[in-house]
Design a protein around this ligand. Structure first.
Ligand code: ADP
Ligand code: GLC
Length: 478
């Protein structure tokens, strides 16, 4: 099968969150299963800087306000393919891929992602003789127009699949964009791109794609309900038969404690004792008291309401009281950044906070931490708990969405891999951290917990097979 994936970010070229990890890793797994995958992403400066040798495979004289070139990365045998929309008037902007320095989205955000979608439509309809996809796989709201453009085009096109990574981000624009985005007036209906009186990019994708997926079975159910449907529950419930929940895998090459350039010496489930020196190094580097006799909790997260970071902040005094240490790596909302910094100052030696984005430190936190906290209010899948499982950093997570599907509570089941607590409640989080500390003080039991997590098959092969079944079902609808 030939698959064109389309997304606004992909590791290792550009990453703001888990979406990039998924878009970076899934194509490789599909390639290993014998399929031909090319992923199309915007040509942000960081993408062009890391792309490596590439050739121009197509040109547009005019693409939403300027010329564009389509670059294809040179591909060695067995590699997944990459294509980049090099449109400097839309994407050659410094800093964050989605936002201006002020934090506000760009005024021409609709054009930026419409341009990506137009290129995807054209490739989908066979513009490049060398790569004519059977299926186009669109990720998140930035690519919601892809299924819409393909469905609204008169020509016979590929099957389309829309994957929701986070329903909280929907891409809503005022109705006056309709003509400029090349959408026919007839598409401005409840069954089309119209969404609460405006244009909804994600809504459009969910309305027009042949099949829909999201990143865990529990989140697939959550988004059909009022609580987490975020306005789209009606549409999603109506399309329930076309909606599948597929838990994300992880890139087991980049996230491999036995062979991780950021974690030397490497370790595995049979050499857990080696984690002790990683913990010591981490404590020293972060200014924490270097002690083996206190449990170290770690957080690697966007500092956002979704992630329950306010819930965690309120639990910090109790965590310190219970004898724990906390190391936080993250960035996001200003009040949360300030709150964690203040907690770090107040509990010097017990709480360490690093604001910003730091990939090596993320790996070291998983290798040296005893437990990783993921207290999300809602979580489509979540990847940090999966990295935690793989690194023997036991997850303490909120019982919501994909966290329910990936962590088994050690106090509830003999095959436990972590701890689950009610979402959104500081008292329950404190209780969960205390339960984790109690087991941590019983090393044989804790190590059994670590090993069970580390032995799990968290790779992309099985999820990739599930995506293939969805792609086949989408093709069968044609
Ligand atoms: P989301 O995509 O909702 O932010 P996920 O758990 O799916 O949540 O993915 C988050 C990804 O971003 C993980 O790969 C995590 O390691 C990474 N990450 C988040 N914050 C940081 C940070 N401050 N520094 C480095 N990596 C981070
Ligand atoms: C989103 C979700 C996260 C998920 C990631 C990758 O960012 O918030 O839960 O793991 O996408 O699918």
């Amino acid at each position: 099968m030939r698959i064109l994936a389309v997304a606004s970010e992909a590791f290792p070229y550009v990453k703001t969150g888990g979406l990039a990890d998924v878009v970076g890793a899934l194509p490789l797994a599909l390639t290993e299963l014998g399929h031909d995958v090319v992923t199309l992403i915007p040509g942000y400066p960081q993408v062009l800087a890391t792309l490596g040798p590439a050739e121009v495979v197509d040109r547009y004289g005019e693409l939403y306000g300027g010329p564009a070139r389509i670059l294809q990365k040179h591909r060695a045998w067995g590699e997944a393919g990459w294509m980049v929309v090099d449109a400097p008037h839309l994407f050659d902007r410094p800093g964050h891929p989605y936002r201006q320095a002020s934090g506000a989205p760009w005024d021409d955000e609709a054009f930026r992602f419409a341009a990506l979608a137009v290129v995807a439509r054209e490739i989908g309809l066979g513009r490049l003789a060398a790569f004519q996809p059977d299926v186009v796989h669109a990720h998140d709201w930035q690519t919601g127009l892809v299924p819409a453009y393909l469905a609204l085009d008169g020509r016979m096109g590929p099957a389309t699949v829309m994957t929701v990574h986070n329903l909280a981000f929907q891409g809503q624009f005022t109705p006056d964009w309709l003509g400029a985005l090349g959408l026919p007036a007839s598409s401005f209906t409840v069954a089309g791109v119209e969404y609460y009186g405006g244009i909804g990019f994600l809504k459009a994708g969910l309305a027009y794609a042949d099949k829909l997926t999201t990143v865990s079975p529990t989140y697939a159910r959550d988004i059909q309900q009022d609580l987490w449907g975020m306005g789209l529950q009606g549409l999603l419930a109506a399309r329930a038969a076309d909606l599948a929940g597929i838990v994300n895998g992880i890139d087991t090459v980049h996230w491999n404690p036995a062979d991780d350039p950021f974690v030397r010496p490497g370790y595995d489930a049979d050499r857990l004792a080696l984690r002790g020196q990683h913990k010591q190094a981490l404590q020293a580097a972060l200014g924490l008291e270097v002690r083996g006799d206190v449990p170290l909790f770690v957080v690697i997260s966007r500092l956002a309401w979704q992630k329950g970071m306010d819930v965690l902040l309120a639990a910090v005094p109790a965590l310190v009281e219970a004898g724990g240490q906390l190391a936080v790596l993250g960035s996001g909302e200003a009040d949360l950044e300030g709150g964690f910094e203040a907690a770090g100052t107040h509990h010097r030696g017990r709480v360490a906070v690093r604001l910003g984005y730091d990939e090596p430190l993320a790996h070291r936190l998983h290798a040296g931490g005893d437990a990783v906290l993921v207290p999300s209010r809602f979580e489509p899948c979540g990847l940090t708990q999966l990295y935690g499982l793989r690194y023997g950093c036991v997850p303490v997570v909120a019982a919501t969405g994909g966290l329910i599907d990936t962590v088994v509570d050690a106090d509830e089941a003999a095959n436990g891999t972590g701890f689950l607590v009610e979402a959104g409640r500081t008292d329950r989080l404190i209780d969960g951290m205390r339960r984790a500390i109690a087991v941590w003080r019983d090393p044989p039991r804790w190590q059994a917990l670590q090993r069970r997590g580390m032995m799990q098959d968290l790779g992309w092969r099985r999820p990739a097979e599930a995506y293939l079944r969805v792609f086949e079902a989408a093709l069968a609808k044609r």
